[in-house]
Ligand binder design. Structure first.
Ligand code: BG6
Length: 495
């Protein structure tokens, strides 16, 4: 069925997100025929630019960040009919009047249908004024096909997220609000659902009877780059754990959905958030570790400490690393620890989930016959490698019995030989289709904040005395090793 005619309005159209992510994703969708036949992009930004200048700027973004090589024919067809640029103050009433008119013109040109999608690629402080502005010119609830897309950070604690949800809710229905968590758009994250619920192999053992513990790591080698201003008010717990790591955890831990209906999938994930054992104030020091990077070497390059990055205070207390021990209190997961960690300037860029099984109930092989005794593991590599690995014991060739761990590996690239779309391509297409499955619902955002709020409070009232406590290029602070070593385990560090 043909897609409904759509006008995508990007607020903050001259900004970094539009340049690096949104427009390259739209270009790919357009070149590969995924956009509606009747489709237009209206860019709005306060920056004054002629349309030609704006297009030249976008073109450099596509050339640098798009997985597809730019070809002139596709670029011309993408830009000539599609893109308009309006210069205007993003929260001034006039801007919304101009927009309403432009959308109305397109609607008439297109025979009476034009779903407006408003993408807020702006500072979070502009979310409310833009939503209100749209509401005043009748572009909110009154237009059923209208949608608003908001980027993180969605609030900075439970109270601010609730306020934001309330104020968006005055203008749009919940099903018109698309809160981005770009991790959900990643192919490998969606594949966790395919793996679990499209196969008979795994789900029968996917619970506390067979799984001993789960580790989720999102390690980055980059530092805060030019985002010191934002990061100083955020830190890793807000920037990564409240959203991306918790969403990964929900994907691993959720109950099987009855269908892939957006509400059904999100209900099942929300159940996990509600089952996560709250962090009592007195236990935060045992269950949560924070770190901040000092200077060090990352892949042969000397890099500065966080406190010496641009726009960072020289005595900053902001964490660039977090490790948590989390329990999900329900029938499936009671007492199975989920160890989560994320950090900047770590030894390696890797996002991965490790599922570690309990040992066999009885060890019949003599100890001497086993080269390396470790439990069976399944490793879901999310990035940069996109693969799944099943690790098990096999008999070494030879006249005696000797067991050695081996791997069974599935690699996306080898299996499908096709290019993987970027998360933003998937997410933009879903917004156009009106499919909210891969977006955060209001209750999920709030449930996640209510879990991290107590940790934030304990950390804020007990400033760290040992920062920086890990060197750039390492695997984080010593305390993170201790957190897991206390349980007789260690972090899985892939080769
Ligand atoms: C963003 C965070 O949401 O995710 C960044 O704000 C982080 O700090 C980024 O670098 C990581 O995303 P990815 O897709 O590169 O793993």
């Amino acid at each position: 069925t043909p897609l409904t005619p759509t006008v995508l309005v990007i607020f903050g159209a001259a900004g970094d997100l539009a340049w690096r992510k949104l427009v390259p994703a739209l270009y790919c969708l357009s070149a590969e025929g995924w956009l509606p036949e009747k489709f237009a992009v209206i860019g709005v930004d306060r920056k004054e630019m002629a349309k030609e200048e704006y297009l030249r700027h976008l073109r450099t973004g596509v050339e640098s960040f798009c997985r597809r090589k730019l070809d002139d024919a596709s670029w011309t067809s993408f830009t000539s009919s599609l893109v308009q640029y309006h210069c205007g103050d993003l929260s001034h009433p006039d801007t919304f009047g101009v927009l309403a008119k432009a959308i109305e013109e397109l609607r008439q040109q297109w025979g009476g249908v034009a779903n407006p999608v408003f993408y807020l690629a702006t500072a979070p402080s502009l979310i409310e004024p833009i939503a209100q502005g749209l509401g005043k010119v009748g572009l909110g609830k009154r237009v059923p096909g209208s949608r608003i897309v908001v980027e993180k950070p969605f609030g900075r604690d439970l109270a601010s997220a609730q306020t934001l949800n309330r104020s968006l809710g005055e203008v749009f229905e919940e099903k018109q609000i698309f809160r981005i968590d770009h991790y959900l758009g990643k192919e490998t994250v969606q594949n966790i659902l395919a793996l679990r619920f499209g196969n008979a192999w795994f789900e029968p053992i996917w619970d506390r009877r067979y799984i001993d513990y789960v580790q989720i790591t999102v390690a980055e080698t980059i530092g805060v780059e030019q985002r010191g201003g934002y990061y100083e008010r955020a830190g890793a717990l807000r920037d990564m754990v409240q959203n991306h790591l918790f969403q990964l955890l929900c994907t691993v831990a959720m109950e099987p959905p009855v269908s892939f209906d957006a509400e059904e999938v999100r209900n099942k994930k929300t159940d996990v958030l509600h089952a996560i054992r709250p962090f009592p104030t007195e236990a935060v020091h045992r269950l949560a570790v924070r770190g901040q990077y000092g200077a060090g070497w990352v892949r042969g390059e000397r890099v500065p400490a966080y406190r010496n990055e641009p726009n960072v205070s020289p005595d900053s207390r902001v964490e660039t690393f977090v490790a948590l021990k989390v329990f999900v209190d329900n029938w499936r997961w009671q007492d199975v620890p989920f160890y989560l960690r994320t950090g900047k300037r770590m030894a390696q860029r890797i996002s991965q989930i490790v599922i570690s099984l309990r040992p066999v109930p009885h060890q019949a092989f003599p100890e001497i016959a086993v080269d390396q005794w470790h439990p069976n593991r399944m490793i879901l590599n999310i990035q940069p490698q996109e693969s799944i690995l099943l690790n098990f014991q096999a008999k070494r060739p030879g006249p005696t019995i000797r067991l050695s761990p081996v791997d069974l590996r599935f690699s996306y690239r080898d299996a499908f030989k096709s290019e993987t779309p970027e998360a933003y391509e998937t997410l933009l297409r879903d917004v156009i289709l009106g499919d909210g499955t891969l977006f955060m619902r209001a209750d999920q955002v709030e449930a996640a904040w209510s879990l991290v709020d107590p940790i934030l409070q304990v950390w804020e009232s007990n400033p760290p005395t040992d920062f920086p406590n890990y060197s750039a290029g390492s695997w984080g602070p010593e305390a993170a090793q201790v957190l897991i070593a206390r349980d007789g385990r260690s972090w899985f560090e892939s080769p």
